[in-house]
Write a protein that binds this ligand. Structure first.
Ligand code: GAR
Length: 192
């Protein structure tokens, strides 16, 4: 059975998709641990409810980013994961971390390749749409490399804007699409 470690920072709706897919057998793997960099991330409750071991790994308890990343890598390595999934993980991982798990880390990002890297991608895409700069956006799951929200995409999906869209209605459509592609990407990554 393949082992997955999921890293989160927030609500964990994508984590929930993975938990449900493991329970239903759509993903034949075990989520062995969920790690958050924020103590109040609701996703930690989702993991605990599913009986998954959780950890809070807070940046401010380490003197610098590399020390934080090395300790995080040590923690994850104990689980001997086949796959590490960044599902709403809002900390930029250093090359030192990434080098510890070659070919094993994938990231969900709410924008298409080479667009809106970094935080507030949904808000920035919606503002660009309102300014007439883009006609659609999308989301992707990609291999993690040191460059933020870049790396070879495993799955991409287009998310259209619709007449009378608000930021909220667009964001809701984006999240529904993300829930679809995170499942697909994990299935693909486990098979490769
Ligand atoms: C998702 O929209 C994900 O794409 C985004 O955080 C959200 C997490 O939602 N990640 C990034 O922006 C990474 N650059 P969730 O906690 O409900 O799964």
């Amino acid at each position: 059975m393949s082992k997955i470690v999921v890293l989160i920072s927030g609500g964990g709706s994508n984590l929930q998709v993975l938990i449900d897919a493991v329970e239903s057998g759509e993903i034949s793997a075990e989520i062995v641990s969920v790690i958050s960099n924020r103590a109040n991330a609701y996703g930690l409750n989702r993991a605990a409810n599913a009986g998954i071991q959780t950890h809070v790994h807070r940046r401010k308890t380490y003197p610098n980013r590399v020390a934080y990343d090395v300790a995080l890598a040590d923690l994850i390595a104990q689980y001997e994961p086949d796959l590490i999934v960044l599902a709403g993980w809002m900390h930029i991982l250093s090359a030192e971390f990434i080098g510890r798990f070659p070919q094993k880390i994938i990231n969900l990002h709410p924008a298409l390749p080479n667009q809106f890297a970094g935080i507030h991608a949904i808000e920035r895409a919606f503002a660009a749409y309102e300014a007439g700069e883009i006609a659609h956006s999308g989301c992707m799951v990609h291999d993690v490399i040191p460059e933020v929200d870049a790396g070879e995409p495993l799955v991409t999906a287009r998310v259209d804007f619709r007449p009378n869209d608000t930021l909220e209605s667009f964001a809701a459509r984006m999240h529904r699409t993300e829930h679809r592609i995170i499942l697909l990407a994990v299935q693909i990554a486990l098979e490769s």
